[in-house]
Design a protein around this ligand. Structure first.
Ligand code: AMP
Ligand code: ZN
Length: 111
């Protein structure tokens, strides 16, 4: 049984606030945003981390990366944004399904 949270989101077993989807890629709002806009860009196939990618993933990685500026623009991040790919436990990765964190804007006020 696949216990991967992001695979469950891809499969529709868990909800997400989708902002982009195509045959290979899904992007959705982070559940615990670090900034006003915080989107996760993931491959639909399960890849554990960037360290598990090979040359066969080159096109997929390129497409995921190019989505970042497009989604940033669509979400009004006109002055710029950050992209972070945490890789492995030592790299701060907490969900072990490859994802690009794209975020920017002011942190929302805490409730
Ligand atoms: P990291 O692996 O450090 O890049 O962090 C994983 C990110 O996934 C964190 O920012 C979490 O808030 C986010 N996250 C974890 N579970 C969910 C979920 N079910 N829906 C949306 N974002 C999530
Ligand atoms: Zn997965």
């Amino acid at each position: 049984m696949n216990e991967c949270v992001f695979c469950k989101i891809v499969d529709g077993e868990l909800p997400s606030r989708k902002v982009y989807e195509d045959e290979e890629i899904l992007a959705f709002h982070d559940i615990s945003p670090l900034a006003a806009v915080h989107v996760l860009i993931i491959p639909k196939i399960h890849i554990t981390s960037l360290a598990d990618c090979t040359s066969k993933h080159q096109d997929l990685l390129g497409r995921m990366l190019l989505l970042a500026p497009r989604l940033a623009k669509e979400h009004g991040l006109d002055t710029g944004f950050r992209t972070i790919i945490n890789t492995g436990r030592g790299g701060g990765q907490t969900v072990f399904h490859l994802h690009i964190n794209m975020f920017g804007g002011d942190r929302p006020a805490q409730a």
